[in-house]
Design a protein around this ligand. Sequence first.
Ligand code: SF4
Ligand code: SF4
Ligand code: SF4
Length: 269
Amino acid sequence: MSKVFVIDVSKCSGCYNCQLACKDEHCGNDWMPYAKPQPQIGQFWVKVHEHVEGTIPKVKIHYMAQLCNHCEDPVCAKVCGRSAITKREDGLVLIDPEECAGCGACSQVCPYDVIYMNEELSIAQKCTGCAHLLDNGAKLPRCVEACPTDAMKFGEEEEFGDLLKDAVVLKGEKGTGPKVYYLNVPGKFIAGTMFDPVEQEVIIGAEVTAVGEGKEYTAVTDDFGDFWLKNLPVGTFDVTVRAEGFKTVEFKGVSTEKSVNLGDTPMER
Ligand code: SF4
Ligand code: SF4
Ligand code: SF4
C-alpha cells in the first residue's frame, strides 16, 4: 500500500491555494515528532510552477504544483549518515528533526530540489505529506483539501486504478520511483497564422502537417487563419501548409525544444 498524490494539470487554475495552505499549516507550527516549524520565508514545501509556452500572441500557460515525490526508492534517505530519513509503511517519506544533523547531503542529491535547509534550526525540511494530520484521522493533506478545482488528489495508489494509466512522473529517468503523478501535462506546440498578401485576408481551412519523431500531426487554420499543432513531443519537425489556389509553404527543421510561434506567413498564389 502506498499513498500517492495525483495532480491533473488541466484542472489547475494556478490559484496558489495549495502553496498557501501548506504555509498556513506549517509556518510557526510545531508538529513534532513529524516536523519543526517551517520558516515564514525561503521554503515552499509545495510550490506552484508557472510554465509559459510560445510567444505573443500565441501563448499558453499552465501551472504545476511540485512537492516531495515521496519516492519509492528515496535517494535522500540513502545518503543520510544518521538514518534520519525513512519511508513509512504508508509510503510517506519523513525527515526526523531529532535525528537530522543538518549536513545537507540529502538536499544535494534529491533530483527534485524539494529539501530546504533550515539554518536556524540546523535541520533539513520538506513536505511531510501532512502525516501529523493523517495519523490523527484526517483523510487529506492540507494542500489537497484546499484545492478548489479538484486538481490535486491523494489516496492509495490502487484506488486510482485506470486514472494512472496515462499519468507521467517528473524526471522518471532518475529512477527514484516518484509517487506524485501528473495527468494531462501539455506537450509542446507549433502555431502560426497564414494570410493572402494580395487580398490582405487570412487563409481559412489551410491544411497543416508536421512530420517528425516518427509521427505525423495535422491541423487546419481556423477563422482567424491560425493553426495550432498541439501536444507535440520535443524534437524536430518539417511543417507543410497547403491551401487550394496557393503555393505550398514549408518550414524545415522546426525545433520543439520550446513551443514555437511561426508568426504571420504569406501564401503566394
Ligand atoms: S523527492 Fe527528493 S526528498 Fe522527496 S523522497 Fe524523493 S529524493 Fe527524497
Ligand atoms: S502534504 Fe502537507 S506538507 Fe506536503 S505540501 Fe501538502 S500541505 Fe505541505
Ligand atoms: S490549489 Fe489546486 S488549482 Fe490551485 S494552484 Fe494548487 S493545484 Fe492548482
